[in-house]
Design a protein around this ligand. Structure first.
Ligand code: HEC
Ligand code: HEC
Length: 301
């Protein structure tokens, strides 16, 4: 969805602003000792289908009644792509459990590595539309849960063309990722910060640096960057607490309504590139934590 203004650096520099937040010991909604296989798959389903919005790039879509909706029967089956001036052509992969055209032949560890480190089992590097700068922060438990769920996604046979990038991909997206704890359960801002990474909100909502070179993380959430989906480009909104330009005067309910229903505080219907329908299925507590995080940001004009 980010065909407009790609650059590698933007993916390598995640939320510097919130980088100082130290996550405490692993504390998941489901304590490890109580976790069954079913719990694990359900947690993975929740992450992939709601805040993770994986289908936003991995399920082919169409515009219907001003909304971006999934093509029926193609859930996570890939083949949906864009041509960008900088990046070249990128196409979301088939991540269903089909063994030949999807990732059914991969182990769960291999799938978790692909999500966080951007490396396939054959060693090749997955391209930058996948927001690895953010996904590297997914906890070990949540990466395992996502992988377990993807193994359970019904297979759809759909051979997808490989992306053909104009840029040269890096050798890796950073050192191997392991030992990542989840956010502490009792800290809404830390939980919201974590969820925003899983949902890569700030990748759309942070402007590019003047003169290029990726996102300007000193202005996290200030908006203004054009986002292209099936419609657009649409400028992403300022979602910092700025009283005039951002959400400073909005109620919590108005913020949640915008995220889940795509309706702005003044009643204006928002454009499709933001995946409202997926966020609408988030747990109320997680939505409240997103609001807590947004309110903790420095106001940006
Ligand atoms: C902004 C778009 C975008 C989002 C969001 C996204 N992906 Fe991807 N993903 C891609 C693209 C594009 C590719 C193929 C990249 C390539 O060909 O280099 C890919 C590749 C993959 C692969 C490797 C598959 C293969 O056969 O090469 C896996 C696994 C994967 N994504 C899982 C996920 C999961 C799980 C999520 C949600 C947490 C997710 N993706 C979110 C765009 C996205
Ligand atoms: C694919 C890019 C994209 C992602 C991901 C995304 N957004 Fe948005 N968002 C937009 C765009 C574009 C708009 C403006 C739509 C318009 O003006 O019609 C918007 C609008 C909003 C608004 C309404 C602001 C207003 O003034 O009306 C809020 C609040 C918001 N986003 C919060 C979030 C949060 C929180 C997340 C993550 C959970 C998120 N967004 C993820 C692109 C995105």
């Amino acid at each position: 969805m980010d065909g407009m203004s790609f650059s590698l650096q933007s993916w390598l520099r995640p939320l510097a602003k919130v980088g100082g937040v130290v996550f405490g010991v692993a504390a998941l909604a489901v304590p490890a000792f109580a976790q069954t296989r079913t719990d694990l798959v359900e947690r993975g389903r929740y992450l992939v289908e709601t805040i993770g919005v994986c289908g936003h790039c991995h399920t082919p879509q169409q515009v219907k009644d001003g909304r971006q909706v999934d093509l029926p029967g193609m859930h996570l089956a890939g083949g949906y792509g864009f041509d960008g001036p900088v990046l070249g052509r990128w196409v979301g992969a088939n991540i269903t459990s089909d063994p030949e055209t999807g990732i059914g032949g991969w182990t769960e560890v291999q799938i978790a590595t692909a999500i966080r480190e951007g490396r396939r089992p054959n060693g090749s590097i997955i391209g930058p539309p996948m927001p690895f700068a953010h996904y590297r922060k997914i906890s070990d438990a949540d990466a395992a849960a996502m992988a377990a769920y993807l193994k359970a996604v019904p297979p759809v046979r759909n051979a997808v063309e490989r992306s053909s990038y104009r840029i040269r991909l890096p050798a890796d997206w950073g050192p191997p990722v392991s030992g990542v704890p989840g956010p502490p359960a009792g800290d809404p801002v830390a939980r919201g910060t974590y969820l925003v990474e899983v949902g890569h909100c700030m990748d759309c909502h942070t402007p590019n640096r003047a003169g290029g070179g990726g996102r300007d993380w000193s202005r996290t959430g200030a908006g203004g960057r054009p986002v292209t989906g099936l419609v657009g480009p649409v400028a992403a909104s300022n979602i910092t607490p700025h009283p005039e330009r951002g959400l400073g005067r909005w109620t919590d309910e108005q913020i949640v309504r915008a995220i889940t229903q795509g309706v702005s505080a003044d009643g204006r219907r928002l454009s499709p590139p933001m995946p409202f329908a997926s966020y609408a299925r988030m747990a109320p507590r997680d939505l409240a934590d997103l609001v807590a995080y947004l309110r903790s940001l420095p106001a940006q004009p």
